[in-house]
Design a binder for this molecule. Structure first.
Ligand SMILES: NC(=O)c1ccc[n+]([C@@H]2O[C@H](COP(=O)([O-])OP(=O)(O)OC[C@H]3O[C@@H](n4cnc5c(N)ncnc54)[C@H](O)[C@@H]3O)[C@@H](O)[C@H]2O)c1
Length: 451
């Protein structure tokens, strides 16, 4: 065994032993939709957590036991604080303390729809400033294969310490599915990749405290796993949207088709059509790979085609609405009063990042409609990167009198907490992009148009 191997083995042995004894502090950078539930999982596992965020408001709220994420209640936050093992800070110097540092910062696309990894770079530089021997640094943000190897590791080594010898680096993608009642961090296996055996074993021991780790050979494979999962979703969502249009032309309801296909117990997995691409993952992550593929002179036509198909869906929804308005009330979209039901990107959550509802809102306004929205989970529109013009807009109250004022209602997101019986009773026309009104088609079919 050479000197480097001895040092890396010693590093791993010490970390693994302390992790098994739950005698470690896990630093979590970025206390958003991913970072906060992750902090909770480590607290539940019995380790100490130091959350770090540049957003002082979030840090203050955590310390006060006040939630800012709908599915993590005040009670859950209070329970974390009550253990005495949860700390939150915006003081970067404290990042010298944790034994493991997990980065959960945003990885959006820039205005040219290229990867914006400035958050990852900035965070890594901060970690490098305080890096000490024995720490393990793990990137959890979704990104293109090569980010950890080509950007994170070299930036950390600018500290003068050597990766795999003085400190460890790994990549482990997040599979958090906010609002999913069937799975949480502890029941979703976690893919873990590192470029040397000792680093892999350290990362494995770390994540074994909160869930079942699944090891892959290196960091870039783990990065590719995450993109593969989301590209799989994108391509299948695109396919079912295309089938929706094809079957519509044959007077076949794609929702009935999906139910039929689902009866096959193998070889088929149900995906559902909708009003367009939504959320912080599917509209963004696949294009991290298309960008990186170009650098390797590879084309990604399949992924781009899938993106094009789904991006065409909002136009189709608007066309259906225009036809419905003209047939039912000889009106056009210009001047019509339209209510969008559901602003979040998926049902039962308050997250509206990349929501297709916002795109539809914009398209309807451009065509001269008077548009309002109703969302039981979003009383007021918060600041969004892409649509600052909607900041502060308020949801209407869901009353018969209010609903009666609209020429059409567009169900963009099918939250469970909406009184659809009242909606079908009052509204003259409803464009249903989520099959939310299936139980009312027999009784109120004349005013429901699926799109
Ligand atoms: N939300 C999900 O369900 C989900 C699922 C899987 C993967 N991901 C990925 O996880 C990553 C994080 O996503 P998210 O949804 O938690 O984002 P988020 O916007 O909810 O949270 C990110 C947090 O990072 C903080 N932050 C930004 N720059 C920082 C910096 N330089 N230092 C410290 N903190 C900083 C922000 O203030 C924010 O609190 C992204 O790469 C995303 O693609 C998200």
């Amino acid at each position: 065994m050479n000197e480097h191997n001895e040092r890396s083995e010693a590093l791993a042995a010490q970390f693994i032993e302390r992790t098994k004894a739950r005698d470690i502090t896990v630093g979590i950078i970025g206390l958003g939709y991913v970072g906060l539930p992750l902090a909770e999982a480590f607290i539940k596992a019995g380790v100490r957590v130091l959350g770090y965020d540049i957003d002082q408001e979030k840090v203050d709220l955590i310390c006060a036991g006040k939630t800012y994420i709908k599915h993590i209640s005040d009670d859950r936050l209070a329970a974390m604080n009550a253990t005495g093992r949860m700390a939150a800070t915006s003081d970067e110097a404290r990042l010298a303390d944790p034994d493991a540092i997990l980065m959960c910062v945003p990885t959006p696309l820039n205005i040219h729809r290229e990867p914006d990894i400035s958050y990852v770079e900035q965070t890594t530089r901060v970690i490098a400033k305080y890096l000490r021997k024995g720490q393990i640094v793990v990137l959890e943000s979704t990104t293109y294969p090569g980010t950890s190897e080509e950007i994170v590791r070299p930036l950390l080594e600018e500290s003068g310490l050597k990766a795999g010898v003085d400190f460890a680096v790994a990549y482990s993608p997040e599979r958090e599915d906010p609002g999913n009642p069937d799975f949480d961090t502890s029941t979703i296996p976690k893919v873990v990749g590192a470029d040397s055996d000792p680093e892999r074993r350290m990362a494995e021991a770390l994540y074994a405290t909160i869930t079942t780790p699944f090891l892959v050979p290196n960091m870039k494979t783990a990065e590719a796993v995450k993109l593969t999962e989301n590209i799989f979703r994108l391509v299948n969502i695109a396919l079912v949207n295309e089938l929706k249009v094809v079957f519509q032309g044959m007077d076949i309801d794609v929702w009935d088709v999906i139910e039929g296909a689902k009866s096959k117990p193998f070889g088929y997995m149900a995906f559902y059509p909708g009003p367009g691409l939504g959320g912080h993952c599917i509209p963004i992550d696949p294009f991290y790979l298309t960008w990186k593929a170009r650098a390797h002179r590879q084309s990604t036509r399949f992924i781009e085609l899938a993106g094009d198909v789904v991006m065409g869906m909002p136009r189709l929804v608007i066309e259906t609405m225009a036809q419905g308005l003209s047939q039912k009330s000889q009106k056009s979209i210009a001047g019509a009063r339209i209510l969008i039901s559901g602003l979040a990107y998926k049902k039962n959550v308050d997250d509206m990042r990349e929501s297709p509802s916002l795109h539809l809102f914009e398209m309807l306004l451009e065509r001269g409609a008077k548009v309002d929205f109703y969302d039981p989970h979003i009383p007021v529109v918060p600041h969004t990167r892409d649509h600052p013009e909607f900041n502060g807009l308020k949801s209407i109250e869901f009353t018969r009198e209010n609903l009666a004022q609209y020429d059409a209602i567009l169900i963009s997101t099918d939250h469970d907490a909406v009184d659809y019986a009242m909606m079908v009773d009052v509204a003259p026309l409803i464009i249903d992009t989520r099959n939310a009104l299936s139980e009312f088609v027999d009784t109120h079919g004349a005013k429901i148009l699926k799109a």
